[in-house]
Design a protein around this ligand. Structure first.
Ligand code: SAJ
Length: 406
């Protein structure tokens, strides 16, 4: 069986590395976070994803998965590092460049390098160029295969989607696409779709921009409905009964490290053309501030209101706080000292540092928070929040940003 070196052991790299290990590959995982490396080598996890704990445990105990801070020689290198943006929504490729540098001295002729990180168009070509500079002894492409195979799994369902989803495999040349296709066929049940690296890069960005634009439509509708005194949830349910209408759900904004980020990569590379995609970003980024204004308006009725804030993660039933609109809303309420804040997040053990630094912010359980509250704000549609006693809510001012208590 081939040896695979997976660089970046986060939400994509760790599930991928563990899955490969349980399929019989020898996997060497690499991360710059020493604590994550130690945790994984104990067979434990440093991030939450349903069933990932069981998979990592069995991968490590089988002896097929080992983590380290340094790469090793392998047949396949998978880069699964972050691609955030910098000032001005400009893509930050520094993690990809660092990962390329890190693996460059371990690559030999015949190896396959796969970029899984979501990346602006041209990134795979940039990797080829960096490799040519770092390893003038190797022909890229020619002696080293290089492909972009964007990850497309949904947080919360990663383990199932890693196997079931179709995969786009974009080669820097045809031989690279075919080589990468063979690799994915060994553990993916979905179809493997071959294309160029540039098309694969834009396909991934397009998927997330499509979702962002559609959520922006729902969020804009929620503002229109507030102005016109119409219940947006009922409106969407009714409109969706049309056979060709399928509107998504409004919320407090769009979070996560993907949908709130990736559309900017398109805007950055085609700023004059990407007008709708840019506007959708502004609509979705504006939504947390709209919710914030609503909470403050209600809070003005009290001298120092107790506000229960249900949910911090960026979406339902996960622990991921990255780019979370809920977290952003709570942070503003805390820094503006709007009241006594009771924060409920069943998926984490304590308040994140960005909130713990404020007086008047308490980590609470749901019952305690709702009982104490003058205002109850539902920010995340976690399953646990669906079962709130509606009688208690009747005595409170309720702002339900997700429509679960509609
Ligand atoms: N959201 C809404 N209303 C909706 C749907 C979502 O407000 O109707 C919000 C969520 O609450 C969340 C944000 O949008 O804050 C994003 O959530 P999501 O579930 O739409 O997507 P992600 O970010 O968890 O995962 C996306 C997925 N992309 C698509 O569905 C096109 C996933 O398949 C990608 O692999 C992932 O981005 C990624 O890594 O790029």
């Amino acid at each position: 069986m081939e040896k695979v070196c997976v660089v970046g052991l986060g939400y994509i790299g760790l599930p991928t590395a563990s899955l490969l290990a349980t399929k019989g590959f020898r996997v060497h995982g690499v991360d710059v976070n020493a604590q994550a490396v130690e945790t994984i080598n104990r067979g434990e996890i440093h991030i939450y994803e349903p069933d990932l704990d069981v998979l990592v445990k069995s991968a490590v105990h089988s002896g097929n998965l080992k983590a380290s801070m340094d790469p090793e020689e392998a047949d396949v290198f998978v880069l699964a590092v972050p691609t955030p943006f910098k000032e001005g929504h400009v893509p930050d490729l520094s993690y990809i460049e660092a990962a390329t540098r890190a693996i460059s001295s371990y690559i030999k002729a015949g190896d396959l390098v796969i970029l899984e990180s979501t990346s602006p168009v041209g990134t795979t070509e940039a990797i080829a160029q960096w490799l040519r500079e770092l390893r003038p002894d190797l022909k890229v492409p020619g002696q080293v295969y290089l492909a972009h195979c964007p990850e497309r799994v949904l947080p919360g369902q990663i383990l199932r989607e890693l196997i079931d989803n179709d995969r786009i495999v974009g080669g820097i040349d045809l031989a690279s696409a075919e080589r990468a296709c063979l690799f994915y066929q060994s553990f993916v049940k979905g179809q493997i779709l071959l294309t160029s690296a540039r098309t694969a890069e834009l396909a991934k960005l397009t998927e997330n921009a499509f979702r962002d634009v559609n959520i922006a439509f729902a969020n804009e509708l929620s503002l229109i409905c507030e102005r016109l005194d119409v219940n947006v949830w009922e409106l969407i349910d009714l409109a969706n009964r049309h056979p060709r209408v399928s509107i998504l759900q409004p919320g407090p904004g769009v979070g996560g490290h993907c949908i709130a980020v990736d559309p900017w990569f398109i805007v950055d590379s085609a700023p004059e053309e990407a007008r709708l995609i840019r506007t959708a970003r502004y609509v979705n980024d504006g939504k947390p501030f709209h919710v914030l204004r609503k909470i403050k308006e209600k809070a003005e009725r009290f001298r120092r209101p107790v506000i229960a804030l249900l949910g911090l993660s960026f979406k339902a039933d996960i622990d991921d706080l990255r780019e979370s609109p809920a977290l952003e809303i709570v942070r503003h309420l805390a820094s503006d000292e709007v009241g006594e804040l009771y924060v409920v997040e069943p998926h984490i053990a304590a308040l994140p540092a960005s909130l713990a630094c404020y007086d008047g912010v308490h980590f609470a359980d749901m019952r305690q928070a709702i009982q104490a509250a003058d205002i109850v704000v539902l920010l995340v549609n976690h399953r646990a929040f669906a079962f709130v006693d509606r009688e208690i809510l009747k005595e409170k001012i309720v702002i339900d940003t997700r429509g679960i208590w509609r």
